[in-house]
Every structure is written in structure tokens, then in C-alpha cells.
Design a protein around this ligand. Sequence first.
Ligand code: C2O
Length: 548
Amino acid sequence: PKTHNHEFIVQATKVKRLCKTHNSITVNGQFPGPTINVKNGDTLVVKVVNKARYNITIHWHGIRQMRTGWADGPAYVTQCPIRPGHSYTYRFTIDGQEGTLWWHAHSSWLRATVYGALIIYPREGTSYPFAKPQRETPLLLGEWWDANPVDVINEARRTGAAPNISDAYTINGQPGDLYNCSSKGTTIVPVAAGETILLRVVNSALNQDLFFTVANHKLTVVAADASYIKPTTTSVILLGPGQTTDVLITADQPVGRYYIAARAYASAQGAPFDNTTTTAILEYKGSPCRTCSGQSLQSPVLPNLPAYNDTTTATAFTTSLRNYKKAPVPTEIDEDLFFTVGLGLMPCPRRFKKSRCQGPNGTRFTASMNNHSFVLPSSWSLLQAQQQGIPGVFTTDFPAVPPLKFDYTGNVSRALWNPVPGTKLYKMKYGSRVQVVLQGTSIQTADNHPIHLHGYDFFILAEGFGNFDASKDTSKFNLVDPPLRNTVGVPVGGWAVIRFVADNPGVWLMHCHLDAHITWGLAMAFIVENGVGKLQSVEPPPADLPKC
Ligand code: C2O
């Protein structure tokens, strides 16, 4: 195994998009940021130098971080942010995962421009469980704001209203041909006739589930969230923010150009969202020239994408994924948890001016799990407080089941609209076998909630609509070959059930990966206590761990 050293300089950089030049925060002047290539078993050492004017942290999304929680990255959870002018070195080993993950800023809305791919090749001396493709490329789907994304969320925080929606979707940072002033930069994916190409698709968007497809080509899914999937062929895939999907395509069409395209999946309930389509181009070698003068421009073939509210297609895809091999799903459960996930509206506090309550009917948006709206600490990270025994930073009374039982997907009790703010964690013993039923509630929701767990992959046993009912829904559990993922889309008006073994000590955030929702408090955190001895305990903190 190798050790890879990188330096990430976080700095403001001029980025031209949608006809204007912006001063965007980037890593090493690149947007999207650098792609990191490693092998399963390698160690990664990344020194992050903050030359921007914001506090920042970097999260290695999906990396297990076995006993190295200090390198996980969520601000105020596993570390205090890196202040302007300071640096911090993330050091961790890739242990068992193969496929595509990614890294992103995990403070404020900086991840709008601070993100990149993290590609994990098979362990030295081993190969893919599918025929090696002739080519491959990461395709990062993103969201672009003309305004400064940090201003967008700060404004929403001030007013209590929903943040402005983005101005474009992007593929590898480029909106593509269908947006103004964007044709020149469109991402081109070259291929030769007859070749197979591996597309490593990442949904890095802040607030949107996305459908993804390639015109006239079949997609064969082979991995998701850096875990292999039984190859399955489809014409369209769906990714929630945070999720990755590796697909093979074969260039078996007439020589030419074909659009690679993505656009929103937003269910039928109609919260405002961007309904535009981002494109890249799959370009066969020998295609007639595209932009040279004197040639008639041959436009690429546009694909069919499902309608934004096509829940049937979305569900058919997510439930079709099977683990590549028989999965070691725990069959006994020590922690049987039931968490509601949902939005809410809080009445305008008396002391607030009207201008601070611009949510529906003079309210403010909020969000919660089990009726608690998560508040991050500000003077210590949760992991420091837990490891060093600093009192008063959090409590450990996050409820295992909802404090109020009700018809979750029906007419929701008013009490749920106004959850209790707090920093409540749920404590578990090392090695506990955990099941979490994630139950969506129906308040103000138009999107799946992509629930992401730090520090773990989990098996997705089942998902469904309505209220989860143990007496009949347990029969739907796949205990044989469920996919192993780090982010699950809890369906609008429905539920999903996950299982994992709590074998990684530390403090681990679980949250909705829609940044609007985490901002409103749709999060909680687990404490997994140290086990016996060094190999079951969190490593000591690095000397350069930032201070708050
Ligand atoms: Cu990809 Cu907590 O995030």
C-alpha cells in the first residue's frame, strides 16, 4: 500500500459561468477541485491550507475513517473549522472500499464550489469484478449559484424563508449547451467506437435529487457509494445528493455526439426547483467537427429524461440495486431505532421582526429528527468534547423512538411543526448491531430526504410508502444481498430501513444531505463508545487539530 500526499490550497478564484465572472472559493484554483486517485488499502495525507476569508473544513464523503474520526471533517462535529490563515492535515487509510467517493467542504454552503472526486481502485494485485473498461471518467453533477452561496444561505437564515434555488445544474462544473454563454465550456467525454467506458457519477448538488442518462446508450450499474452492485442495466439512474453510481456504457451507436444529461427529480408536491437540464457530450472519435467555422454544426442527440415527478421510475431504480455478493447483514438487533425525518414551520418568535419570518404564513422553516432540531456547538467539536470529557457541550438523550406517535404521512400533528432545538446525541456500545427505520413525515416536503451517515456504510433492507408497519413490512427486508451505501433516499411520504454494526468508535453525524435541510436542523449524531483496547478505540487527536 502507498501513502499519497496532497496539498489543498483553499482560495478565492475567478470562475466564469453563465455570462459572468465570479470570485469563487476553490481548491488549488480548480473548479471542481482536484480528483484524488488511490487504491483500496492506501493512506491519504491531505494538508488543507485556508487562504480564503471563511472558516472551512473538508469531509471525505463515504470514507469509513476507522478510528480516525479526527479526519472526518464536519465542522463542530469532529473538528473545529480551519480558520483563515491556518491549516490542518487530514490523514486516513482506505480500508475495504472500492469505487467512487468524493470530498467536499463541510461548513456553511462552501461545498457549492469546494468539491471533487475521490476514486478508489481495487486493492493492489486485484481487479474489478467486471471486465476492465478501456476508459473511465468522473462526472460530478453540481449546482451553480450566480450569487455567493454563503450569502444565499445566510440570507435564508436571516429571513427564515427557503434559500434561493440555484441558477444551473452542472456536469464537472459546466452547465452545458442548454444554458446561456455555456456552450464553449461544455464537458466533452471522448470515446472510440466499440469501447466500454466507466462513468463515475457523483451527485454533488446541494439541494436536488437528479436523474442522469446518456442518449441512445444503455447504462450498466456496477457500483454505488464505493461498493459493488450486481450489474444491472437501465436507461436512467437517480442519485440523491451525496450518492455516487458507477455505470458502464458501450459505444455501440453510429459515430457521432450524444448528450449526457441530468435534471431534477422533485416529486409532485411542487416546492420551487430548477427545472433546467445540464448536459455534457459523449463524443465518438471521428465525429465531424463541432465548432470549427464553415462546418454545419451537428447537434448532439438529446436523451429522454423522466418527468420531474416520475416517482415510479425513481423507485424502480433505487429498489433494483443488489449487492454484488451475499451480504453480512446482522440478523440480530441490539439497537432498534425509529427516527422520523421531516421539515417543519415554527411560529415567529415574539422578539423577531416580521422580516425575519418570511416562511409560509409568517413562519420560519425548521427541520427535525424525532422532533429535535439539531444545533451544532460552537466552542468545541462534539468529538473533542466526548473524547476529552468536556461537560456542557451535548446531552445523550436523543430519543430511540419518536416522542410523539402519529400518522406520519397523513395530517401531521401541529406539535411536530415546531420541534425542540438542542444538541442531543444517541449513545451506543462498541459493536452494537443497529437497525434504524427512517420515517419521512409529510410536512412541506417535495423531495426525498437523502440521509447520510458518517463513519459507516449501511445495508438498505427495504423502502416503501406510507407509515412503516413492522407487522407487515419486515417481510420485505432483503437480508441476502441488500446494497451497502452511505446515503439513502427516504422516499417522500415513505420510509427506508437500514442496518449496520457499530464497529467504529467516535462521534458520527447522521443528516439529510440537502444542505437547506441540514441548515434547518435535520440531523443528529451517534456516539459509539470505545471498545476494549487500542484497536477498538479512537486514535489520539492530531497535534494540529484546529481550535475553535
Ligand atoms: Cu457529504 Cu455530512 O456529508
